[in-house]
Design a protein around this ligand. Structure first.
Ligand SMILES: NC(=O)c1ccc[n+]([C@@H]2O[C@H](COP(=O)([O-])OP(=O)(O)OC[C@H]3O[C@@H](n4cnc5c(N)ncnc54)[C@H](OP(=O)(O)O)[C@@H]3O)[C@@H](O)[C@H]2O)c1
Length: 376
């Protein structure tokens, strides 16, 4: 067995042993030239995924982008739209060539021609709407943040598991090709032991942006819309957090406007994460290890370039995504593949990780002093 394959077999050992043998990853990476190039992405072309028939629940802003991406780059189609207003469902259907329009979410989830439901309502409604779809026997792709809080998320996961139905959080970044390059670098120890992660996500969305973001009743604020991206990215890079410290500012309406979240990983690595809806920030991300670092430039959460940079700050290699367009199609394609294979969750974002991240968001919100009305 080569040193490299020996290092890969370290994964069969329990965590404490893995920690003691972490150096083996670094030695192996140097030994077989692992640090001289980036691995390829294992994410397949969305066009090759099986075709399924989608129902869109809540045809708002993201539902439009998602449907456009689905129709442009996959074989799947939205066959039904469900809105609280029949007129809005019909307008959406006309815009995207959708066969059926429903004037209620109940009618949408009861549509026998729908294989799966995409829940695209505000965070405050995800719990109710995901349960509605699952209750009607429909697998669900639920927009991020999965729900308002961990309690609601647990209820949705338990309902999906009890019904044996596929449920996935639509944290689309997790399913993108460049993030799989990051995932493989972490799996293969290309960076050596990870020591630090940085990521930010700031957009100018307050006070003149969408009303939803300013409204506590709709679980608005920067955290669930924006900060969830750097937090999810760091969670992937560090494999979870042992400590979370947050500071931030609140908007006049009581939702969080900005936050800095400092996290610690199991091996003592640090994460510095920032988010705001008061300014456009670079939206870049990096993961620094003992041997090298990865850098993703602005809009790290969209299909993007990944650069492998050495300790001397020189670029060693770079990965370019097959396309920078229609990134939302990748999560839909992953969902279609899972559904066709009879799976009930995705290995790229397991439901237990969705739950752990929801509890981190709860923790951050508690530290900021933000509570949504009517929250249990
Ligand atoms: N993946 C991404 O890149 C991305 C980007 C933006 C947003 N998102 C996520 O997508 C979700 C929706 O965001 P959005 O920007 O699309 O919101 P939006 O434009 O406001 O659309 C949400 C839709 O939800 C329906 N809805 C149901 N109950 C509602 C209520 N009580 N108040 C208001 N609308 C209600 C409305 O449709 P009807 O009344 O017609 O049924 C509305 O059009 C959020 O979870 C957000 O975080 C994801």
């Amino acid at each position: 067995m080569s040193l490299w394959s020996a290092a890969r077999h370290v994964e069969i050992f329990p965590l404490p042993v893995r920690g003691r043998l972490a150096w083996l990853h670094q030695v192996a990476a140097r030994h077989d030239g692992g640090m001289t190039s980036l691995p390829s992405s294992r994410i397949l072309d969305p066009l090759d995924a099986p075709a399924i028939r989608w129902g869109v629940l809540a045809p708002g802003g993201i539902a439009r982008d998602w449907t456009a991406a689905l129709h442009a780059t996959t074989a799947s189609r939205v066959v039904a739209a469900g809105s609280r207003s029949l007129e809005r469902a019909q307008a959406f259907a006309a815009e995207f060539g959708v066969e059926r329009s429903h004037g209620s979410y109940e009618a949408l989830v009861a549509d026998g021609g729908v294989d799966a439901v995409y829940v695209a309502s505000p965070h405050s409604q995800h719990h109710e709407h995901a349960l509605l779809a699952l209750g009607a026997g429909k697998p669900v792709l639920v927009e991020k943040a999965f729900t308002r809080n961990g309690v609601e998320a647990t209820a949705v996961v338990e309902a999906a598991r009890a019904a044996g139905l596929l449920a996935v959080e639509a944290m689309w970044t997790r399913f993108l090709p460049h993030i799989d390059v990051v995932r493989r670098c972490l799996e293969d120890g290309v960076l050596g032991e990870v020591k630090a992660v940085e990521a930010d996500h700031g957009q100018l969305l307050y006070p003149d942006g969408p009303r939803r973001l300013a409204d506590p009743a709709l679980a608005g604020g920067a955290l669930l819309d924006l900060a969830i991206y750097p937090i999810s990215f760091a969670h992937l890079a560090l494999g979870g957090f042992t400590a979370v410290r947050a500071t931030g500012t609140l908007a006049e309406t009581g939702v969080d406007a900005s936050e800095t979240v400092a996290v610690t990983g199991a091996q003592g690595a640090i994460g510095t994460l920032a988010s705001t809806m008061l300014a456009k920030t670079p939206c870049s991300a990096s993961i620094s290890g003992a041997a090298a670092r990865l850098e993703i430039d602005g809009w790290f959460y969209r299909p993007n370039t990944v650069r492998l940079v050495g300790l001397d700050d020189r670029e060693i290699d770079r990965y370019e995504p097959p396309s920078r367009e229609h990134g939302l199609a990748y999560e839909a394609a992953e969902f279609a593949r899972l559904l066709a294979a009879g799976k009930t969750e995705s290995d790229l974002l397991p439901l237990d990780e969705t739950l752990r991240i929801m509890h981190v968001l709860d923790d951050v919100r508690a530290q900021l002093g933000v509570r949504f009305p009517g929250e249990r």
